[in-house]
Each structure stands twice: as C-alpha cells, then as structure tokens.
Write a protein that binds this ligand. Structure first.
Ligand SMILES: NC(=O)c1ccc[n+]([C@@H]2O[C@H](COP(=O)([O-])OP(=O)(O)OC[C@H]3O[C@@H](n4cnc5c(N)ncnc54)[C@H](OP(=O)(O)O)[C@@H]3O)[C@@H](O)[C@H]2O)c1
Length: 281
C-alpha cells in the first residue's frame, strides 16, 4: 500500500487488516512513489497479489502553478507502479477523480462517459489512469469524488468537512458555491467497496462516489446540521468565487456499474456524515 497515511490510505489499511489480509504499508516518508528505485526496493521479495496506490498530489489550485509536480506524482509515478506491478504480476489498484470530466453533464457520470479534464490536476489524474491501463491488463482504476474520512483530521490537506468546521469556529461568514455539484464520498465506505470489488476480481474503470449528488453549499448545510452548529452560511457561485483552477460544475459519479458487479450501494450521505462525526470523536 503506497500513500498509506492519507485519508483513504489509512482506511484501506484498516479494512484490509480487518479482513485478515497481510498488509505492507508505506507512507510518503518511507517510499516516495516518484522514485522508481524506491518503489522497486519496497516491493522486492514480497510479490504481493495486489498493490494499492492511495498516494496523490491533490492540490487542485496549486497545481496550476506547478503542473509538473502534479504530473510527477499523479501520472509518471503511476507508471513506476504499473511497471513494477508488471514485473511481479501484481494487480494495481489506483484511484482517480471525478475531475477527469468537464461537468457539462446533467446526470451522474458513468464509466462510458468521455473524460475532458479542465486543468493541470485533472490532466495529471487522467494521465495516471492511462499509464495504469497502458502497462497492465487487469489494473483496477477507481474514480471517486470529494473524499472525507477521519484521517483528514490529521493530514495537512484535511477535507471539506474539517474546512467547514474550522470556518464555523472562526465566526466569520461562510460562503460556499451552490452551482457546483459532486458526490461527497466517505473514505471508510470507499475503502470497503474497493476491497469488495477486488475480491470480485474487478478490473478496468469503476466509479465509487458517495451516491448522492449534492451542491457544496447544501453539503455544508448538512455538515453544520449534523455537527449541531449554525454559523452564517450563504450561497455563492463560480462567477463570484474565482479559483485558480477551473472545476467541473457537475461531477457526480454513478455507482451503477459497481452495484451491477454485486457490491452493496454506498451508505446514505446523511448517515455516512453522522458516522464520520462519531468516528472523529
Ligand atoms: N480528497 C479528495 O477530495 C479526492 C477527490 C477525488 C479523488 N481523490 C483521489 O482519491 C485518492 C485518495 O485521496 P485522499 O483524499 O486520501 O488524499 P490525501 O488525504 O491527500 O492523501 C494522499 C497521500 O499521498 C501522499 N503522497 C503525496 N505525494 C506522494 C509521493 N510522491 N509519494 C508517496 N506518497 C505521496 C500524501 O503525503 P503528504 O501528506 O506528505 O503529501 C498523502 O499522505 C487519490 O488518488 C485522490 O486523487 C481524492
């Protein structure tokens, strides 16, 4: 497992151990996936059946100033992993993003929809998908959306829920975009459904989003309601709230293919959020 200290990485490690699998877990300090020799050294002698890559460069706006840094981690490093997996005949399980789409759809994106990334981060993530599938026939690429997990409490980047709670405690008015819709995804459920797919020999591209399309404004409201706080929250939009990176307006993911493969639907968003608050203590 590479990227084991991220929001998703910690949940994959926990879920794998709970299911009785032996796990080797590397965080960034122990293996930087942009270093092909370090990746090969880590895997040498183990030949695991499955290699998970939960590492990623996720700074969507910063990537516009340093597209090469994003491409190194999200695309070229995935090539390192794919080549290493090919040598030892391991399945690569890699994670990608709803941002590979341009957001012009008006219904949840399926795996058949054509990617059209809008910025440096999104291009780099699509590059990673292509590298994983260029070198391996059985790679599993899971696209997800707006990930939040208890691990985000301790990571530098955090997640949207923690950002909202920080803003709420600052007492300043909070403005959140109403015209961008995604499917926020609870990391422990994403980890569990991913392992369900792996156990069913899933390969190719699968979408695992939270299952419920919602605007970031409405999600912020749900977060505050669940947390039992009521800060001043107002809706804004893309025109008023400019960011360095363009983002898809509508990037909800359809989980239909995952469900057709026999994997249970994702939990109801409100319940997943309540569970998040229980887990974060
Ligand atoms: N978070 C989201 O909203 C979101 C949305 C859509 C898709 N995804 C995808 O879902 C997956 C999991 O994301 P996440 O939320 O768990 O991300 P995360 O919490 O930001 O974790 C990413 C981890 O990767 C590590 N990392 C970065 N560069 C690395 C490198 N060169 N070598 C090894 N490790 C490195 C990071 O370490 P440092 O902390 O030291 O940098 C961090 O521990 C990623 O593929 C991501 O692109 C996430």
């Amino acid at each position: 497992m590479f990227g084991a200290a991220g929001q998703l990485g910690v949940e994959l490690v926990r879920e794998l151990k709970e299911r009785g699998y032996g796990v080797l877990a590397w965080d960034r300090a122990s293996v930087d996936i942009t270093d092909p020799a370090a990746v090969e050294r880590a895997l040498a002698g183990y030949e695991p059946a499955v290699v998970f890559n939960a590492a990623a460069y996720n700074q969507v706006d910063v990537a516009e100033n340093e597209p090469q840094a994003a491409f190194c981690v999200n695309a070229l490093a995935v090539r390192n992993l794919a080549l290493a997996c090919r040598q030892i005949d391991s399945q690569l399980v890699h994670f990608s993003t709803d941002y590979v789409f341009d957001g012009t759809a008006n219904q949840p994106y399926t795996e058949e929809d054509m990617p059209h990334p809008l910025g440096a981060y999104a291009v780099s993530k699509l590059g990673g998908e292509l590298y994983a599938r260029a070198y391996l026939d059985n790679a599993l690429v899971v696209r997800t959306s707006g990930v939040y997990g208890p691990g985000g409490l301790t990571t530098a980047r955090g997640n949207f829920v923690e950002l909202m709670l920080r803003l709420a405690s600052s007492k300043n008015p909070i403005r959140v975009v109403e015209d961008h819709v995604a499917t926020p995804t609870y990391a422990p459920s994403l980890a569990a459904r991913t392992l369900d797919l792996v156990e069913r020999k899933g390969a190719g591209i699968f979408h695992i989003g939270g299952g419920e399309p919602i605007s970031w404004f409405a999600f912020a409201g749900m977060i505050f309601q669940t947390a039992g706080v009521s800060p001043a929250l107002t809706a804004t939009n893309e025109r008023e709230y400019r960011t360095p990176a363009r983002r898809p307006r509508y990037s909800a993911l359809s989980n239909a293919k995952m469900e057709r493969a026999g994997v249970a639907p994702m939990p109801v968003l409100k319940e997943a959020l309540a569970e998040y608050f229980r887990r974060r203590g």
